[in-house]
Design a protein around this ligand. Sequence first.
Ligand SMILES: C[S@@+](CC[C@H](N)C(=O)[O-])C[C@H]1O[C@@H](n2cnc3c(N)ncnc32)[C@H](O)[C@@H]1O
Length: 219
Amino acid sequence: MLHLQCNTGADSILLAQKGAIVTAVDLVPDNIHYARKLAKELDIDEIEFIVSDVLELMNIHKEKYDIIITFDGVIGWLPDLNKWGKIISNYLKDDGYFYLHDAHPFIMVFDEGGLPKGNLTVKYPYFDKDADLDTHIGGYASEAKQADNYYWGHSISTIINGLISGNLYITYFNEYDRCVKGMGGSILDKDGLAFYPDFEQKLPLVLSIKAKKMTKNIL
Ligand SMILES: C[S@@+](CC[C@H](N)C(=O)[O-])C[C@H]1O[C@@H](n2cnc3c(N)ncnc32)[C@H](O)[C@@H]1O
């Protein structure tokens, strides 16, 4: 499988421990350095880690995959989801599938400070967004440093149209009112998933999409 935006590789390693042969990609060299170190310490050989921008990966890597996955804090870092959809399609085998799990665009419009207190204030536009610019960024493997970084709050239609532009079709689309810790939510349920008590079963925090490659033209 191909794991896009793998960060420091913990999930790539878990997947390899479950038997997958994994190629994992991240933009940040420090992340991949740490991921390789962790895999070596755990004696995992079935992973190839690559430093690359997902949107430039086709310049340096040629392979086809049964499964492509990317999850939890990923698409907002990508400026062009049409290019993303085409890249996913390029790397998928004809009978393979793509899986995305990420923040739900709807919840991203609200003031994050208000959600834990039960307040809904629309702070960010849903449509036609320019990227938000931040001037500091850190990671699990590197100190926060001064560097301009851009986050695009893509809408649902931008995500779906990105996949369509890669000639992919959706085999399921799900929405959830709880998420992994760190992606929103103010308290944890008994399974360790985070949610906002005032909005349980009322607002979606994350979505998941599974898509496959269209092998003949049905449109
Ligand atoms: C929030 S993390 C993803 C979370 C991941 N699932 C984890 O377990 O930590 C986002 C990752 O995307 C990477 N990233 C951002 N833009 C990228 C790009 N254009 N190409 C590849 N990786 C990118 C960042 O370096 C970061 O590691």
